[in-house]
Design a protein. Structure first.
Length: 102
């Protein structure tokens, strides 16, 4: 299993629009084959900062996400809303070690 945590800092005044686009991306991403989780989080003490937690069964499933129409639409729509480039950090899942725990 592969996890990517995507850290996003959104420009003030663009937060509501970013949430709208990202919510749409979330709704479609959770339907993808191989998707285990796709959480969209807003920092409690800084509403301009977000975390997208993506968990996929395999590298292939994670890579396929980057070619979906909803991801490409999201990427294009939100690019100008970011105060700095988003940062994706990849992780390997150690525990839980089985899918049933998800």
């Amino acid at each position: 299993m592969i996890v990517t945590c995507v850290y996003v800092n959104v420009k003030p005044g663009k937060v509501d629009e970013f949430i709208s686009h990202s919510t749409e991306n979330h709704r479609e991403s959770v339907k993808e084959p191989g998707n285990l989780r796709f959480d969209f989080l807003q920092m409690a003490d800084d509403p301009c900062r977000f975390l997208i937690y993506e968990a996929y069964e395999s590298e292939a499933a994670a890579a396929a996400h980057k070619n979906t129409p909803h991801y490409l639409k999201w990427k294009s729509a939100v690019e100008g809303m970011m105060a700095e480039p988003r940062k994706g950090v990849r992780y390997n899942i150690l525990q839980p070690s089985n899918r049933e725990a998800w």
